[in-house]
Write a protein that binds this ligand. Structure first.
Ligand SMILES: Cc1cc2nc3c(=O)[nH]c(=O)nc-3n(C[C@H](O)[C@H](O)[C@H](O)COP(=O)(O)O)c2cc1C
Length: 312
């Protein structure tokens, strides 16, 4: 490990495929809008990257009403990938993000392999997109979404098609709703993924005992997100980091610097912060500062030196 004296600069930078991030912290898709929504609270330039809302070929209205329920330690949500569609993203949202010196990663979704590839092609021609995060893990859509993430052959096919459609960094996002997540991570790596992020929401439900109906209305089920998800996400990141050679990005329940550090010690190169942005819009900045303080306290000059150093 490179040792530093207190107060010295530490290197928090991370490389994911072709992207160089100045630090390992970025928002999880769907919890940060298109960046502008948080600009009153933080300077987007301070982030490692910006990941925007799940984007599809055509605009989507998303799920029925009753989409977001607070539960102990997190949320149960079914947004259904409501989004403006790729053309409107490029015309109306991307120009704002271009002013920042931060890689923009677009989270994409689709109902067919061809749709994933087409959205990727369109995004690859737009100036200012650095990476594609493939959402093969959405628990809240009937067609597409998680369907691709629970079948290793379908996972492989989507990642291969997206890779074939772009030179940008490609990062599939895995679902926890499988028995052995490492099978899916390997399929992604074999298909050419540059990095892997995990996890998306764990499918859950809540029943209103008076009406005897789902608290998520006609959506019936939703994704469990937030701090209650962290132990599962951490375990899965640890498992995946041991079997792939590409960078792993940890997502799930991260709410403070210690949470992020746990993922990095488990082998993650970077982290995404989701639900907690809705609790504390400055949490990502606090996490970046906390990671830096930790490295200084430990006398380590480079984040990479602690990655995967968990002792089992
Ligand atoms: C309101 C909301 C919207 C989300 N939208 C998306 C999305 O569009 N695409 C996606 O891949 N994940 C989406 N997610 C999942 C998050 O990106 C993340 O994987 C999950 O919430 C776990 O992280 P967290 O516990 O930090 O929230 C969404 C989550 C929430 C709470």
């Amino acid at each position: 490990m490179n040792k530093v004296s207190s107060g010295a600069a530490v290197d928090l930078s991370v490389t994911l495929g072709k992207m160089k991030l100045k630090n390992p912290v970025m928002p999880a898709s769907g919890t940060f809008g298109y960046g502008r929504e948080f600009a009153d609270f933080i300077n987007l330039d301070d982030l490692g990257a910006v990941i925007v809302k799940g984007t599809t070929l055509r605009p989507r209205l998303g799920s029925f009403q009753h989409r977001l329920l607070e539960i102990p330690g997190g949320s149960l949500c079914s947004i259904g990938i409501q989004n403006v569609g790729v053309d409107s993203f490029i015309a109306d949202k991307l120009p704002y993000l271009r002013q920042f010196n931060v890689p923009v990663i677009v989270n994409i979704a689709g109902e067919s392999v061809e749709e994933f590839a087409r959205v990727t092609e369109i995004l690859s021609k737009a100036e200012g997109v650095a990476g594609i995060e493939i959402n093969i893990s959405c628990p809240n859509v009937k067609k597409g979404g998680m369907h691709f993430g629970v079948d290793p052959d379908a996972t492989f096919a989507v990642v291969r098609a997206v890779k074939g459609a772009t030179d940008l960094t490609v990062m599939p996002k895995l679902t926890p709703n499988v028995t052995d997540v490492t099978v899916f991570a390997r399929a992604c790596e074999e298909a050419g993924a540059d990095a892997i992020s995990l996890i998306n929401g764990l499918v859950g439900m809540a029943i209103d005992v008076d009406s005897r109906r789902s608290k998520l209305g006609k959506n019936l089920t939703g994704g469990v997100t937030g701090p209650c998800l962290k132990p599962i996400a951490l375990r899965m990141v640890w498992q995946v980091a041991q079997v792939v050679g590409i960078p792993v990005v940890g997502v799930g329940g991260i709410a403070c610097p210690e949470d992020a550090l746990e993922f990095i010690l488990a082998g993650a190169s970077a982290v995404e912060v989701g639900t907690y942005n809705l609790v504390n819009p400055r949490v990502m900045i606090e996490i970046i500062e906390g990671i830096r303080d930790y490295l200084i306290k430990k006398g380590v000059s480079d984040l990479a030196a602690i990655r995967g150093s968990f002792e089992s």
